[in-house]
Design a protein around this ligand. Structure first.
Ligand code: ADP
Ligand code: MG
Length: 420
């Protein structure tokens, strides 16, 4: 029984109004429909929800979606309801009566999709409910929450495996995350007991971004020249410390360059003002620590320059990725000096672990050191920078991009040999 839709394409169009799938979506959906477990790693915004919502329309029973945040669940259920899909959520925001109504509706066959908070899974009421309905698939959204290596570990995600064991019949298990590191991936597969999962990593490439690592003698000089060559363009310059932000800010102001600064040492009002000035194009350039950018959605950022090396590829790619949201060509330039390694090691050694279990603290420190080493590798590698990034995030690029600082440098070398 495939419900009222015959194919995934048909459900995509009828329910969500889209004509075509994004990269990766269709292959995940097909694998689900073949009955396989899934681990899909796709960056934020790539369209992971459809990968389980579309097959949920086609499977005979209910899809349970485990999701970490109440607000996220509500948004998704609202969106589904608006699209005409009967969906519900079960979390601590429901009253006793609402909860019972939801159970009753589910028994009557109302829902194809039910979102549930991980804390609910092992409650008696939910277990007896889950045992008495047909569950076709269990989807674990934000699956990195199951791993202590991830950023947002949620102990209740550890209950999922036990919950699945309690169910009489094992449904399809599909897991989705944007965090692609090897450790997290292995934790997800292992903790959820995924059975020979269809594994997909996709969508980390940003074709319109040009990557380059530069090792200038004088970083300030580099910045001044760069801005001179990119007059009127909007950009972000990230520095490792407030002190660097302030001194670069003073330097650029002296040159009458329209520039703002942003770091955690400023008052809330000041920061809000700076952020607004930048977003509304009153100032074209902002110099900031990594405190800047959370929730920033400015589409026409033409360059992101890192004045210092960040502490991990995760951070670097997230910050650099704020360039070129509009799809137009943009540059991501990292200014590297060996001093950056010293700064980062210092920051790592002085990280405050006082409120963390000592064993966890050791694990996290290990992880941070490894991440830093991989970041250093990016600064020293002569291979394609884009490929270095994509490989780190688990993709398997087939050939150099021919369009990053390193690839272009290699062409220069080749050209010279030709002439000789
Ligand atoms: P993720 O969970 O991977 O961060 P979402 O599932 O929230 O991403 O999707 C991000 C946005 O992309 C949503 O607005 C969604 O409607 C849109 N989207 C997803 N798939 C498609 C598609 N095939 N065609 C057009 N838009 C899509
Ligand atoms: Mg999502």
């Amino acid at each position: 029984d495939r419900g009222i839709y015959k194919t995934s394409k048909e459900a995509l169009k009828a329910v969500f109004g889209y004509d075509s799938f994004r990269p990766g979506q269709e292959s995940v959906i097909n694998a689900v429909l073949e009955g396989r477990d899934i681990l899909a790693v796709m960056p934020t915004g790539a369209g992971k929800s459809l990968c389980y919502q579309v097959p949920a329309m086609l499977l005979s029973g209910i899809t349970l979606v485990i999701s970490p945040l109440i607000s996220l669940m509500q948004d998704q259920v609202n969106a589904l309801n608006e699209a005409g899909v009967d969906a519900a959520f079960i979390n601590s925001s429901l009253s006793e009566k609402e909860l019972n109504d939801t159970f009753k509706n589910a028994y009557k066959g109302h829902y194809k999709i039910i979102y549930v908070a991980p804390e609910r899974l092992m409650s008696e009421g939910f277990i007896s409910f889950a045992k008495s309905i047909e569950i076709s698939m269990i989807t674990v959204d934000e699956a990195h929450c199951i791993s202590q290596w991830g950023q947002d570990f949620r102990p209740s995600y550890m209950d999922i495996a036990e919950f699945i064991n309690i169910l009489g019949k094992r449904p399809i298990i599909s897991a989705f995350t944007a965090t692609a590191t090897q450790n997290v991936r292995e934790d997800i597969i292992c903790s959820l007991g995924l059975n020979d999962p269809y594994f997909l990593v996709t969508g980390f490439d940003r074709e319109n971004l040009f990557f380059q690592v530069d090792k200038p003698q004088n970083k300030e000089r580099f910045i001044l020249d760069y801005i001179e060559r990119h007059r009127g363009e909007s950009g972000i310059i990230y520095c490792a410390t407030r002190k660097n932000v302030d001194s670069l800010y003073t330097l650029l102001r002296k040159q009458n360059i329209s520039v703002a600064r942003y770091h955690a040492g400023m008052s809330n009002e000041e920061r809000k003002q700076m952020q607004d000035d930048f977003v509304f194009d009153y100032t074209s350039i902002v110099i900031a620590t990594n405190a800047f950018g959370m929730g920033i959605d400015k589409s026409n950022v033409r360059f992101v320059i890192h004045y210092n090396m960040p502490s991990s590829m995760e951070n670097y790619y997230q910050e650099a990725g704020r360039a070129g949201r509009d799809g137009l060509n943009s540059e991501c330039i990292l200014l590297f000096s060996p001093q950056d390694i010293i700064i980062n090691r210092f920051l790592l050694e002085h990280k405050d672990f006082s409120d963390i279990d000592p064993i966890d603290a050791m694990t996290i420190r290990d992880r941070d050191i490894k991440r830093l080493q991989i970041m250093e590798g990016y600064c020293y590698t002569t291979e394609c920078l884009r490929n270095y990034i994509l490989k780190y995030f688990g993709e398997d690029p087939k050939k150099p991009c021919d369009d990053c600082g390193n690839c272009l440098r290699q062409f220069e070398t080749l050209d010279m040999t030709d002439e000789a």
